[in-house]
Write a protein that binds this ligand. Structure first.
Ligand code: CU
Ligand code: CU
Ligand code: CU
Length: 336
């Protein structure tokens, strides 16, 4: 798996195809939101979000998926074209039988097109994706990056999700009309358990927003105008400026934000009912852009004593050679 990494690292834009083989386990896991609400998850490698898959356009990807849970699953690679490999698209009863408990299925395909993609289960999507955390990021570097991509100094992935506590511990059920969503997460954590986006003046920040849940989210960033540069992985022919962007389920938007305004800036869903933890406001889909030039120690600051998790937006993993990366910060607890 790691044989040609040096080559990839030295020349990531030359498009020399590599072959990657990854092992992925689906595990019964429990996550706890804001210290009070447990959810039963079917978690890729025991974590929500699942591991980062980071390859380059044209790479050959093999994923051995081991289903260690008691229900069937598949993996759909959302955004990948699967040209000549439609049987690898991960749709139960259409492209394959679902992977039964205890079974393994091997997906093999070419990573294309480039951009911010993601993967998710395609069995009982209403439940497995919306309620059980079966999603992860799949980033494909382009053979020919756009000029703006080459300027990026900080690369962050934000997966947006909604949770209905009524189904929290009823695996096999959930995702029906009338569901009340009462927890909202960025990368599987609700504020104040989310993490700051740490930047420094002069950074060119790429924010990869992925709609992994069931609702639309109006993500607003204070103190900046950003450029909407990519939609569903594709570079936009005419990028546009905005301070709020609506991300619908399945969609991806890559924003480019020039860090030119040192301070402490709120980032939040402007759908107010998505900034709840259960029945309590000031939670859910919120985070803060923290400039390193500004002390985080103000007494009034909610996150003044926050323990920083540097890979929370997969920004550390994205700097590593191409491959698949787990992140300890997303690990749940095993359910026996
Ligand atoms: Cu599933
Ligand atoms: Cu999808
Ligand atoms: Cu605001």
């Amino acid at each position: 798996m790691l044989t040609s990494l040096a080559l990839a690292c030295a020349a990531p834009t030359l498009g020399w195809a590599e072959a990657h083989t990854f092992e992925m386990n689906i595990e019964d896991t429990k996550i706890t939101l804001v210290g009070k609400q447990d959810f039963h998850t079917f978690a890729f490698n025991g974590q929500v979000p699942g591991p980062l898959i980071h390859v380059k356009e044209g790479d050959e990807v093999t994923v051995n998926v081991n289903n260690l849970t008691t229900l069937p699953h598949t993996i759909h690679w959302h955004g990948l074209l699967q040209r000549g490999t439609w049987q690898m698209d991960g749709v139960p009863d259409v492209t394959q039988p679902a992977i039964k408990p205890g079974d393994t299925f091997t997906y093999t395909f070419t990573a294309e097109p480039s951009g911010t993609m993601w993967y998710h289960c395609h069995v009982n999507v209403n439940e497995h994706v919306t309620m059980r955390g079966m999603w992860g990021p799949f980033i494909i570097d382009p053979k020919e990056p756009t000029p703006i991509e080459k300027e990026v100094t900080k690369d962050f992935i934000l997966m947006l999700s909604d949770w209905a506590s009524a189904w929290a511990f009823k695996p096999g059920y959930g995702g029906v009309p009338g569901d009340v969503f009462d927890f909202f997460t960025i990368n599987g954590k609700a504020y104040p358990d989310s993490q700051p986006l740490r930047v420094s003046r002069g950074d060119v920040v790429r924010l990869r927003l992925i709609g992994a849940g069931d609702l639309a989210h109006a993500i607003h960033i204070h103190g900046h105008v950003f450029e909407v540069a990519f939609k569903d992985g594709r570079p936009l022919p005419a990028p546009y400026e905005a301070d709020t962007i609506v991300v619908h389920p399945g969609e991806r938007y890559d924003l480019i934000l020039r860090a030119d305004n040192p301070g402490r800036w709120m980032v939040h869903d402007h759908v107010d009912t998505h900034t709840l933890n259960g029945d309590k406001p000031m939670g859910g889909m919120m985070t803060v852009i923290e400039y390193t030039e500004i002390s985080a120690k103000d007494d009034f600051y909610a996150w003044k004593d926050k323990q920083f998790a540097p890979d929370f937006y997969y920004e550390e993993s994205l700097k590593k050679p191409h491959g698949m990366y787990d992140a300890a910060v997303f690990q749940g607890q095993a359910i026996e």
